[in-house]
Write a protein that binds this ligand. Structure first.
Ligand code: NAD
Length: 298
């Protein structure tokens, strides 16, 4: 039978990802700071009380945490992974965080004789459930095959990007484009509805025309256009507006350090920050449609 794999961070994404590892026969050692997050995992999964406890019991660990500071805490904190990590361990961080933090963590991990790879994901909770996420992997190339063995249980695309931090770079670029296209889709749908078009018909036309994008055809932000997406469920679950604002902040920092112009990325960042201030922080990021509807009377 397979040796246990550690999984830390069982939120909207981590929860269905961990379930796919179980389906592939991996026993799991679980930890989340919010104990409720582990309540689905009873049969045979071991829930422990710190990241250090996970590292004591598993030499392959996946982390799926919200932010850079959460990742720093889980790896380097007083009860962090590094307190108990075994030599030769493979640590895979699938959180979307600052590439500079991934590099810093990788150095600390290397000092302990282990390896860290950054492996952020794209696809959303639907793809996490279906096991067809895209993973963008950075780190030593000779470790890629070992990482892929686990990641392929949760994703259909596992792409090697280069040294540690390059997975994050690819992810930040993707999410900047995702924010821009989501806001664009929400504005467009709202304009069409105001012009008297039926939203389902408009979405159908966009999706057979040159405006088609993931936000229009897979994750439409208008309630009633699609089933099984956050807009069909009062924008619950999915990818939080606060997390999108975080990723756009990372894109801004990267744009500044590389002197890249990101006009629309910058505007998207301000829009998502404003939404956080106006009560949308925990809703899915497609709630920008609802935000526009509430602003439009101004
Ligand atoms: P989430 O907030 O739903 O889940 C994060 C989990 O981490 C929570 O259960 C939380 O309790 C736990 N956690 C936080 N701090 C912790 C700590 N110190 N120790 C242990 N557990 C801790 O977030 P999510 O939507 O699952 O996203 C996770 C990461 O994946 C983020 O970086 C996000 O940007 C990225 N991401 C999300 C999506 C999506 O569609 N939701 C898609 C791609 C990438």
């Amino acid at each position: 039978s397979k040796t246990p794999v550690g999984f830390i961070g069982l939120g909207n994404m981590g929860n269905p990802m961990a379930k796919n590892l179980i389906k592939h026969g991996y026993p799991l050692i679980l930890y989340d700071i919010f104990p409720e997050a582990c309540k689905d995992f009873k049969d045979g999964e071991q829930v422990v009380s710190s990241p250090a406890d996970v590292a004591e019991r598993a030499d392959r660990i996946i982390t799926m945490l919200p932010t850079s500071s959460n990742a720093l805490e889980v790896y380097t904190g007083p009860k962090g992974i590094l307190k108990k990590v075994k030599k030769g361990s493979l640590l895979i961080d699938s959180s979307t965080i600052d590439p500079a933090v991934s590099k810093e963590l990788a150095k600390d991990v290397e000092k302990m004789g282990a390896v860290l790879m950054d492996s952020p994901v794209s696809g959303g909770v639907g793809a996490a459930r279906a096991g067809n996420l895209t993973f963008m992997v950075g780190g030593p190339e000779q470790e890629f095959a070992a990482a892929k063995e686990l990641l392929a249980c949760m994703g259909s695309n596992v792409v090697y990007c280069g040294g540690v931090g390059t997975g994050q770079a690819a992810k930040i670029c993707n999410n900047m484009l995702l924010a821009i296209t989501m806001i664009g889709t929400a504005e467009t749908m709202n304009l069409g509805i105001r012009l008297g078009l039926d939203p389902k018909l408009l979405a159908k036309i966009l999706n057979m025309s040159s405006g088609r994008c993931w936000a229009s055809d897979t994750y439409n932000p208008v309630p009633g256009v699609m089933d099984g997406v956050p807009s069909a469920n009062n924008y619950q679950g999915g990818f939080g507006t606060m997390l999108m604002a975080k990723d756009l902040g990372l894109a801004q920092e990267s744009a500044t350090s590389t002197k890249s112009p990101v006009f629309l990325g910058g505007l998207s960042h301000q829009i998502y920050r404003m939404m956080c201030a106006k009560g949308y922080a925990q809703k899915d990021f497609s709630s920008v449609f609802q935000f526009l509807r509430e602003e439009e009377s101004l």
